[in-house]
Design a protein around this ligand. Structure first.
Ligand code: NIG
Ligand code: FE
Length: 402
């Protein structure tokens, strides 16, 4: 039996103004949207649903949007980096902590030591926090295992979250996140191990939907990134990149040359990178949580990306080192306050453009035929979600119609 949603405003995400429809209704059947429009135009076949106690949702004048998509997280990890947070407050910076064997590598040690069950329990808590704020789809990267067994362990945990929680999980292999200690001074050998061993095994087990690299002074070079991307492409996997976070490595133009799904972070993005991304339709994923938590001062070039027509998304980057944050509406708020996003851009950044950053075409918009991944908010205008922070205005969320 179909379900009717009515007495609400729809934020369809159809256009730059969010395709708002006032006094609207929407009908879904099974996991799909089958009709939407002005309530006055509701086809007669569904009018009787208004009397159904079980298949009618009265929105009470609220806002119905696509459920939110968090398109960049590192949700599965062991241990904590609260100690490094404290060190940074005493003046040590992120790169210095990494150089001293802390940073990503300290999380690698803890993640390798953790069992799958332990990783699942901590990641589940984080995923549930996101879900409670209206999220229906989460991208999860590996990158704290850095060996075949431990990368696969992380990705299996990610897949299990998708199987056991009411959320869609999209996985990304980020074996090229940091150099594991056993490959000290042998970065090229580690890249070869990723290309020849980790990547094919991950594909064989169906554990990754995309491949990512940390292209940075403290990560991997542009040339090494290119080798991983070529191997990913040969195996049919789309690519994305941690690009231009702490310095300009011209990574954005490299990922664009592979028609990559997204380039993420981008504080140091150049005009050349912007032009390449615009031409390739590669999404810019902005991560205001990491910018805020690292107390960065170099802003990503939002205005120039906007002018070039680059689609922009926003994500939590949830991770233990640079963004221990599990609240996507807070990222929308920060994208507006810190990056001067418009509220419309913030909404598109966690719906339609976030779906694009994951290569998903069946979610992120309200449209006939799309999945019924929906969020009902106690607010009459979309900007209210970006404006306030601290009260959860989510009334209810539907995941594939449930
Ligand atoms: O997205 N930049 C690299 N990766 C993560 C940080 C991971 C960590 O510090 O544990 C990021 O910021
Ligand atoms: Fe990240």
């Amino acid at each position: 039996m179909p379900t009717l949603f009515h007495n609400l405003t729809l934020a369809t995400m159809r256009d730059a103004d969010l395709g708002l429809i006032n006094q609207a209704a929407l009908v879904c059947e099974h996991d799909r949207i089958v009709w939407l429009g002005k309530e006055a135009n509701l086809p007669v076949q569904w009018q009787a649903l208004k009397k159904s106690p079980t298949h009618c949702v009265n929105g009470n004048g609220g806002l119905l949007s696509p459920a939110l998509i968090d398109c960049h997280t590192h949700l599965v990890w062991g241990g904590s980096r609260a100690n490094e947070f404290k060190q940074r407050l005493h003046g040590v910076n992120y790169e210095a902590i990494a150089a001293a064997g802390g940073g990503i590598i300290s999380t690698v040690r803890a993640t390798r030591a953790a069992t799958e069950a332990e990783l699942f329990a901590s990641a589940k808590e984080r995923a549930e926090a996101l879900i409670a704020q209206g999220v229906s789809c989460i991208e999860i990267k590996s990158g704290y295992g850095l060996s075949l067994d431990h990368e696969l362990k992380q990705l299996r945990v990610a897949r299990k979250l998708g199987a056991e929680l009411p959320v869609r999980v999209v996985t990304t292999l980020l074996a090229a996140h940091a150099l594991p200690p056993e490959y000290k001074d042998r970065a090229d050998d580690y890249i070869a191990y990723i290309c020849d061993t980790i990547l094919p095994a991950t594909v064989a087990e169906g554990l990754a939907d995309a491949v990512d690299v940390f292209c940075e002074n403290i990560g991997f070079s542009r040339e090494q990134t290119d080798r991983v991307f070529a191997a990913a492409q040969a195996l049919g996997l789309p690519v994305k990149l941690h690009a231009e976070q702490l310095s300009d490595q011209d990574g954005a133009s490299l990922v664009a040359s592979y028609k990559g799904l997204s380039a993420d972070h981008l504080e140091y993005l150049s005009d050349q990178g912007i032009a390449a991304m615009a031409a390739a339709n590669t999404v810019a994923v902005l991560l205001p949580g990491a910018y805020y938590f690292l107390r960065e001062t170099k802003l990503p070039p939002i205005e120039r990306m906007r002018a070039a027509g680059v689609n922009m998304a926003i994500a939590t980057d949830a991770n233990p080192g640079t963004s221990p944050i599990f609240n996507l509406p807070l990222m929308m708020h920060m994208a507006c306050t810190l990056f001067r996003f418009t509220p419309e851009e913030a909404w598109l950044g966690t719906t339609k453009h976030a779906a694009q950053a994951l290569g998903l075409t069946d979610t992120g918009e309200l449209k006939v035929g799309m999945r019924a991944d929906l969020a009902l908010w106690q607010m009459s205008t979309p900007e209210e979600l970006c404006y306030e922070f601290g009260i959860n205005r989510l009334v209810k969320r539907w995941f594939a119609g449930n």
